[in-house]
Design a protein around this ligand. Structure first.
Ligand SMILES: [Zn+2]
Ligand SMILES: [Zn+2]
Length: 348
């Protein structure tokens, strides 16, 4: 019998604790609680000539409650509502001068007001039961401190049940004892704050990863474009002019980009349209214009390159820089290659 009672008590404690933990996260009243005390409530009532007893860790002390053991008869207020907000609320007490608990429903006014009315009427303790529809959920009530009065909250189902029994004329008594202390390390504001912080950090990490990935893709495309351009220019023939070539006779043409006459040892690039110009003049021209300066033939298109004009200058600078580095290292190794070392950049 004792073992059964203990088992029931343990199960009751576990389910109570689950409900209580859930409630702590949802109830604003719990936000400043650091430690709360549960209450063991031992209720006794008579059905016919049978005495029934219920014991469980079913209550929780209010934050300003006295923490001590109290016993007494449970008395609800007279009248239609059990809110006990009005100072004139009456409690029908028996003839004896026994200690009694006021049984009050949550709502209508704050906890302090309810407790004060009950205290003024001479109650030794106050049992407040939760709103209808909240099952047996409880939480530590915030109220003004009452050093000598025990204030506990019980679930709505339990409170309603006691109220109905008393309405049927059944005498219900209770012994309230201090249960266990629970320390709450995190209140729900802290949990919300932690969630916001974690979400923010996660967002920034995601954003940074995405940004780096985009940059890598961009860089790869850029490198591919440079390689394509180099290949394309590689298809355009280069020629070093020599003494005796017809282009450098007094009747020969000038380069239409720099207006200089062609001289021996000038490197010229021959376009797909067969027009030729100084290599150093035509390469940047093609990158920025795309066409032959003489016949407007679309050279890049003819080489299968589609280039956005706004990137041309940037691309040109990058190619020049890259090729300058290449030619410097090549110059270090092959000093006999005078054409490459003398050229500020080369697209080949
Ligand atoms: Zn030129
Ligand atoms: Zn041309």
């Amino acid at each position: 019998m004792r073992a059964l009672k203990l088992d029931a008590r343990r199960i009751n404690t576990i389910s109570w604790f689950v409900r209580f933990t859930f409630l702590l996260l949802l109830t604003p009243n719990s936000c400043s609680a650091n430690a709360v005390w549960t209450a063991y409530i031992n209720m006794t009532f008579y059905v016919g000539d049978r005495m029934l007893s219920e014991l469980g860790e079913t209550g929780i002390f209010g934050k300003g409650s006295a923490l001590k053991k109290v016993s007494g008869i449970i008395v609800p207020p007279d009248g239609k509502t059990q809110h006990v907000c009005h100072p004139n609320t009456n409690f029908s007490l028996g003839k004896g001068r026994e200690t009694w608990f006021a049984l009050i429903e949550r709502g209508g006014c704050n906890f302090t007001q309810k407790i004060q009315v009950a205290v003024d009427k001479g109650a030794s303790g106050v049992i407040i039961y939760n709103f209808a529809g909240t099952g047996n959920q409880v939480f530590p009530m915030s109220h003004q401190a009452f050093t000598d009065i025990v204030v506990v909250m019980i679930g709505n189902l339990k409170g309603s049940k006691i109220f109905r029994l008393i309405q049927k004329g059944i005498r219900v008594t209770a012994i309230i004892e201090v249960g266990r202390r629970h320390v709450i390390f995190m209140n729900h504001y802290l949990v919300s704050f932690a969630i916001v912080i974690v979400a923010t950090i996660a967002y920034f990490i995601f954003y940074q990863i995405r940004k780096n990935r985009m940059a890598r893709i961009q860089n790869r495309r850029w490198q591919e474009l440079i390689a394509d351009l180099k290949d394309a220019f590689g298809q355009l023939q280069l020629r070093v002019l020599k003494e005796g070539d017809e282009e450098i006779t007094p009747n020969g043409d000038n380069c239409v980009i720099c207006f200089e006459p062609y001289k021996a040892d000038d490197i010229v690039r021959i376009l797909t349209c067969k027009h030729f110009f100084h290599k150093d003049c035509i390469d940047p021209w093609i990158l920025s214009h795309g066409t032959c300066p003489m016949c407007k033939c679309d050279i890049l298109k003819a080489l299968g390159i589609q280039l956005d004009a706004e990137y041309a200058l940037e691309l040109l600078q990058e190619i020049m820089l890259e090729d300058l580095n290449d030619s410097e290292s090549a110059n270090d190794q092959e000093t006999n290659n005078e054409v490459l070392s003398a050229t500020p950049y080369s697209l080949e």
